[in-house]
Design a protein around this ligand. Structure first.
Ligand SMILES: Cc1cc2nc3c(=O)[nH]c(=O)nc-3n(C[C@H](O)[C@H](O)[C@H](O)COP(=O)(O)OP(=O)(O)OC[C@H]3O[C@@H](n4cnc5c(N)ncnc54)[C@H](O)[C@@H]3O)c2cc1C
Length: 512
């Protein structure tokens, strides 16, 4: 037996209310909210769920403060009140989202203490940030702790401050608590598995290869996996294909030349180990290109990043390159000159491409607001909606807006169901688990969570790879267990070990 998946052909000829293309955080959350509203939903993901940008981000659950900062000076808000309003709305959305996630999935988050130095040349001063923090606290209404503090000059006891460049130019230091997504893959998985509980059909490793209109408002989608093809009908199509949103829209006959909606911007992060005194603490600064640079805690380690470069390579091959890693290390060392950064071992790296909203006047795309809806009716394609730049923080808000929009078009659905936002129960798997516990967990991931490989299990169904807990011996145990369940030959088992090693080297610079 090679796999436990149902054959794709069983769906051939079926009809759905909504077909969702892309199983990142936005596709998974939309599936959950639409299924809860009673719609018959299909979610298809061409690789594994949450394996795109969703698992390659900076993992920050922003409290909202950062979005209130002006570009150059606070006076610019006087001349652009619309920008100020939009920033206030964004900060409020972030504050509310952080509070909601903190109170429903705290187990998938981790608090971190972030310091923000305010230099003399900044277009705002400490008391401006005090006002921003008071606003964020008001918007958050105590749902999650912010612990905002400010020190004059460089006097803060925060461990990074004495290592910062240009000490004499520091006017103030602000420190606050932000949350970190410890396990964004699991947040997406829990959402799509809950959608499945509520009747949705969810399929990973299944690609939409053809998208055609069928009548005035309906759609015909051709799906393909390794073995089969199937055609299904849908009344509404949600294009949540991340950086492949344009490619997906342009599959539709007649839409092959439409203007772009998305701008893929690559971002790389690099994990290193810093001395113990920095654990749990992070710092935000600016790089030589005027972009944000972070050094954030990750257990015993810290990650540095991100980069910001236009990406036009293959969508499945967004990987960290030497030039990306060298750039980050150089910039972080310039920000924190007395820390041992440039000679530190690169423990891990990762790269993702942000699906930013395209703007012909901005080379790096339109950064705000988030979650822009593109109703393709303006291109003559009814009931086809794409969403760009929906970030992880606001995935539930995006899914609720999408659901409202679809309700307005499709009307009432079947009986509603109650969403379960709680962390989903799954057997615990650790490197020290007994053989019986490993068997129980692996069987669960293969049969109940759509995993098909060691990468699916170790990099997304569990946080083990990201926690740096995967050793060659543990990998062998996992592969043997999968092999026993799926009756793999020795050769197939060796190929799986090699495939895992190849994946983590290409995507994470981890040598196993
Ligand atoms: C470097 C970086 C830093 C970031 N930092 C943060 C942060 O700190 N906080 C935060 O909240 N957000 C952050 N983000 C943004 C966030 O990660 C993304 O906006 C979010 O994950 C996008 O989710 P998505 O579901 O829209 O896209 P994705 O996760 O990319 O999912 C789209 C999916 O569609 C699939 N697909 C494409 N074409 C097809 C097809 N034809 N058929 C089937 N499936 C298809 C792809 O395989 C992919 O899995 C960051 C992103 C990057 C890259």
């Amino acid at each position: 037996m090679e796999n436990l998946r149902s054959a794709l052909t069983q769906f051939h000829g079926q009809s759905f209310d909504v077909a969702i293309i892309g199983g990142g955080i936005n596709g998974c959350s939309a599936a959950q909210h639409l299924a809860a509203s009673g719609y018959k939903v299909l979610l298809v993901e061409k690789r594994d769920f949450a394996s795109g940008a969703t698992s390659r981000s900076g993992r920050i659950l922003h409290c909202g403060l950062r979005f209130l900062a002006p570009k150059k000076s606070v006076s610019e808000f006087l001349f652009a009140p619309g920008t100020l309003l939009m920033k206030l709305r964004t900060a409020s959305d972030m504050a509310v989202a952080q509070g909601e996630l903190y109170n429903t999935i705290r187990a998938y988050l981790r608090p971190m203490d972030i310091a923000l130095p305010i230099y003399k040349h900044a277009g705002y001063s400490g008391w401006h940030v005090d006002i921003g923090a008071a606003l964020v606290r008001l918007m958050n209404r105590g749902r999650s702790p912010i612990n905002y503090r400010r020190w004059k000059g460089a006097a803060s006891p925060h461990p990074f401050i004495k290592h910062l460049v240009n000490q004499g130019d520091i006017r103030s230091v602000v420190v606050f608590t932000d949350q970190q997504f410890r396990w964004p893959e699991r947040i997406a998985l829990d959402a799509c598995l809950n959608a499945e509980d509520m009747g949705a059909v969810i399929r990973n490793y299944t690609e939409v290869v053809k998208l055609e209109k069928s009548g005035k408002t309906s759609w015909k989608l051709t799906l393909a996996d390794d073995e089969h093809k199937a055609t299904i009908d849908a009344r509404y199509v949600l294009n949540l294909a991340g950086i492949e949103i344009d490619r997906t829209n342009r599959m539709v006959p007649g839409l092959d030349n439409i203007p772009p909606r998305v701008r893929a911007m690559k971002g790389v992060h690099v994990l290193i180990r810093l001395p113990e005194e920095f654990r749990g603490h992070g710092i935000a600064g600016e790089n030589s290109e005027g972009e944000h640079i972070f050094c954030l805690p990750w257990g015993e380690y810290h990650y540095l990043g991100p980069t910001e470069t236009f990406y036009d390579g293959h969508p499945d091959e967004v990987t960290p390159l030497d030039e990306d890693i060298n750039f980050i290390i150089r910039e972080a060392q310039a920000l924190l000159p007395s820390l041992p950064i440039k000679d530190a071992k690169v423990e891990m790296a990762w790269a993702g491409a942000r699906p930013i909203t395209f703007d012909p006047n901005r080379a790096k795309g339109k950064r705000l607001p988030f979650s822009i809806f593109h109703d393709m009716v303006d291109q003559g394609a009814r009931n086809l909606l794409a969403v760009t730049w929906g970030i992880i923080v606001n995935h539930r808000q995006t899914a609720r807006r999408v659901t409202q929009k679809i309700k307005g078009v499709l009307g009432a659905a079947g009986p509603g169901k109650t969403i379960n936002y709680s962390p989903r129960e799954a057997p615990v798997l650790t490197p020290t688990s007994s053989a019986a516990d490993i068997e129980r967990a692996v069987r669960h991931f293969l049969t109940a969570e759509h995993a098909t490989s060691a990468v699916d299990i170790l990099c997304r169904r569990t946080p083990l790879f990201w926690d740096k807990a995967v050793t060659p011996e543990f990998l062998d145990k996992i592969v043997d267990t999968i092999g026993n369940i799926l009756h793999w030959s020795d050769q197939r088992r060796q190929a799986e070990v090699d495939s895992f090693a190849d994946y983590v080297w290409r995507n994470h610079r981890v040598e196993l």
